[in-house]
Design a binder for this molecule. Structure first.
Ligand SMILES: *Cc1c(COP(=O)(O)O)cnc(C)c1O
Length: 426
């Protein structure tokens, strides 16, 4: 690791806990020290040491058009002329709401906030306020931001009352969270059988992408919909990652399964901090000031963030880059699979559109337990080889790789050459 990033990291560690403002950036998963980025353009990052990297993190999802896209840049610059924050309603908020309602099938009304975490937190509160019930079901391995009651992992057994995953969360909070294995319909039925009148909501990443990429079994999401309807519980899709990425309308558009509430984030801000929650008007109208469920934000609907987000969503709607992104994703995934196969290295590369991940194992990964059991040291070794040769994968085997429209065919081929060299070294 060259010197400028190291110097910055040493200095940062004295001032910022662990030297980073979000933990996974610290490279704890893969070992070593993180590089610092001074510039991002298209599919490339330029590090503080002037190394150019092909970037498969894409700022953890938002940069679907590549970094620093000129149209988004221009939209922000234009909005900036009118000021940075109003503290009153602004026209861009109405335009953003119109766009979201137009493209996300289940959303009749929408409230803007500033992060994915705020969106999921408010979905949970709203579901509880709407149903008058307390408990929620989440699935092991699904990440919904750093909300107290959602930072809970699985214990053993089909119906597990949660244990906190983070210090600082009272066990009494965690007890309101039932953690179940993903892709297991019986576990959900059993949970409702045991606690039917207490469960306010099921929250799910419809394509879990925070413990590698796990694909739902055919019919699984439909079953969640049926069970939630049967027991009058709220079905929440956390589409912070998948929304606008797997299709303009997210997984709900792809699968035709309609949630009651949807949490959105990442791409919706075009690279600025934005989140949103939306859904049926009947439920959304329980939010203040119409209803009793309080939710607020000083900078929510910020005009610069709205300008970036609107531009980003418009380009997705009008240019529909999804078939091209699918081609890039499947070319990359197939290439990596064949490199591993030729060397006799067991590897699964689940892929959906512009998302894919690497599981070093023989079997298809259907849940969190299986993701945990993979050979993570292999991923770490590949990660470091690729980084040295100029390709940046997410610094943890539990993260998903993202492709943008700026990752054109030659870049994918260049990446596969480097993957080939990296695999020859393990
Ligand atoms: C990133 C993410 C969040 C949290 O969003 P932040 O903007 O980081 O708070 C929530 N849910 C999912 C599925 C995510 O991928």
């Amino acid at each position: 690791m060259s010197s400028e990033s190291l110097n910055l990291f040493e200095k940062a560690k004295k001032l910022i806990p662990g030297g980073v403002n979000s933990p996974v950036r610290a490279f704890r998963g893969v070992g070593g020290t993180p590089f610092f980025t001074k510039r991002a353009d298209g599919c490339h990052l330029t590090t503080a040491d002037d190394q150019e990297l092909i970037d498969y993190v894409c700022t953890w999802g938002p940069a679907i058009h590549g970094h620093n896209h000129p149209m988004i840049h221009e939209a922000i610059a234009n909005a900036l002329k009118n000021g940075t924050s109003f503290g009153t309603p602004g026209p861009a908020e109405v335009e953003m709401a119109e766009l979201i309602v137009e493209v996300v099938p289940s959303v009749e009304k929408v409230r803007m906030c500033n992060s994915g975490t705020e969106a999921t937190m408010s979905c949970i509160r709203l579901a509880r306020g709407f149903t008058g019930r307390s408990k929620i079901i989440k699935f092991a391995g699904c990440y919904h931001g750093h909300v107290d009651s959602l930072l809970v992992k699985a214990g053993s057994g089909a119906l597990t009352l949660g244990n906190p995953d983070s210090a600082g969360i009272p066990p009494s909070f965690a007890q309101e969270t039932i953690v179940l294995p993903f892709n297991d319909v019986d576990a959900v039925r059993h949970a409702f059988f045991e606690a039917r009148d207490e469960i306010a909501a099921i929250i799910v990443e419809p394509y879990p992408a925070n413990c590698g990429l796990i694909l739902p079994q055919p019919g699984y999401l439909n079953s969640l919909r049926e069970i939630a309807t049967e027991y009058h519980a709220v079905l929440i899709f956390d589409e912070v990652m998948t929304g606008f990425r797997l299709g303009i309308g997210g997984v709900q558009e792809m699968t035709g399964v309609t949630p009651d509430l949807t949490a959105m984030g990442k791409i919706i801000g075009g690279g600025l901090p934005v989140g949103a929650l939306g859904g049926k008007a009947e439920i959304m109208d329980h939010l203040a000031p119409l209803g009793p469920v309080y939710q607020a934000g000083t900078l929510s609907g910020n005009p610069l963030a709205m300008a970036a987000g609107i531009q980003s969503l418009r380009m997705l709607r009008d240019l529909s880059p999804y078939p091209a992104l699918e081609t890039s994703g499947s070319t990359l995934a197939a290439g990596i699979r064949s490199i591993a196969h030729d060397r006799g290295i067991p590897l699964q590369v689940p892929q959906a559109g512009s998302m894919l991940s690497l599981f070093f194992t023989e079997e298809t990964v259907l849940n969190f337990e299986q993701a945990l059991a993979c050979k993570h040291d292999r991923f770490n070794s590949i990660f470091h080889h690729l980084l040295e040769s100029g390709v940046y994968l997410p610094p943890s085997s539990y993260e998903t790789c993202f492709i943008s429209t700026a990752h054109e065919q030659p870049v994918i081929e260049q990446t596969l050459d480097k993957v080939n060299s990296a695999f020859s070294s393990i």
